[in-house]
Design a protein around this ligand. Structure first.
Ligand code: 13P
Length: 287
């Protein structure tokens, strides 16, 4: 059964570790992440962007697939199905379609509008026990074709949004989606510290987990980050393993063209990436 992200993140915040959000794109992705979480006895959050939701034939299809897998694969660790960077309409749709957690990304709106829309969604989600992530200070980089410059969140605005009753808060602290450029100056721990002081027990979310060095991840967790999002790194690992399979001509050997064989190395690569992250985030055996 799907659960809201509330309890797992409150436990993570108190225990000074983070739960990984891994974005899914298809059945293979989902299966690889769920099996790894179960194997490591770790809670997990499956992230679905609006683009990935469309690709997988709608949020209802995704919820059906995930619920089916949890049952058939015998997954007993806590699993939240979470909308990643949702629009107002997308968030409402996920609340109807069986997601257990939503993110409303109102970071591009003026703060008053971000507050008004977040408030409304908190009320709607609350009726169904669904957790809500809000965002202050846009995360840079490209996601689903939307390119952002990356902002650093204002700690006072973070406090205003946190007070609306959201479950967790994503704040821009110099993090970006996708690969980090060679001249990236690193995370703004000074800002993270101020935000942490302002929002108290509220679990903080670090987006753009791909390529953040391990020491920065650990420091971010020590300063109140309890959820870390990873997407690109699984995609790169999958693509790399698949390329190697094709380049080695394995699809031309016997029944190597069978998708169940052709996609297997990519699935193993996703599993290895998820395992590495769960170990780094400290969520192993925290189910
Ligand atoms: P990356 O693709 O950089 O890992 O970021 C994922 C993310 O933050 C999803 O919201």
């Amino acid at each position: 059964m799907l659960v809201s992200a509330k309890e797992m993140l409150e436990k993570a915040k108190a225990g000074k570790y983070a739960v990984g959000q891994f974005n899914i794109n298809n059945l293979e992705w989902t299966k690889a992440i769920l099996l790894t979480a179960q194997e490591l006895n770790s809670p997990v959050i499956l992230g679905v962007s609006e683009g990935a939701g469309k690709y997988m034939c709608g949020f209802n299809t995704v919820a059906g697939m995930v619920n089916g897998m949890i049952k058939t694969l015998g997954i007993t660790v806590p699993v939240a199905l979470h909308l990643d960077h949702g629009t107002y309409e997308g968030a409402k749709k996920c609340i109807e379609d069986g997601f257990s957690s939503i993110m409303f990304d109102g970071s591009h709106y003026p703060i008053e509008e971000n507050i008004a829309k977040t408030k409304e969604l908190v009320a709607l989600a609350g009726e169904k026990g669904i957790s809500v992530e809000a965002e202050v200070g846009a995360i840079g980089g490209e996601e689903d074709g939307v390119l952002g410059g990356g902002e650093v969140a204002d700690p006072d605005e973070c406090k205003m949004i946190a007070d609306l009753g959201v479950t967790m808060l994503a704040a821009g602290i110099g993090n970006i989606h996708g690969k980090y450029p060679a001249n990236w100056p690193g995370l703004r721990f000074d800002v993270l510290e101020k935000i942490s002081e302002k929002v108290g027990k509220m679990p903080l979310v670090l987006h753009g987990g791909t390529g953040i060095p391990a020491d920065m991840i650990k420091r971010a967790i020590s300063l109140g980050v309890s959820k870390i999002n990873v997407n690109t790194e699984c995609q790169l690992a999958f693509a790399d393993a698949t390329r190697k399979y094709i380049e080695a001509g394995k699809d031309l050997e016997g029944k190597g063209f069978d998708p169940r064989k052709l996609l297997a190395p990519g699935v193993e690569a996703i599993k290895a990436t998820v395992k590495e992250k769960m170990e780094l985030f400290g969520s192993v055996n925290k189910a």
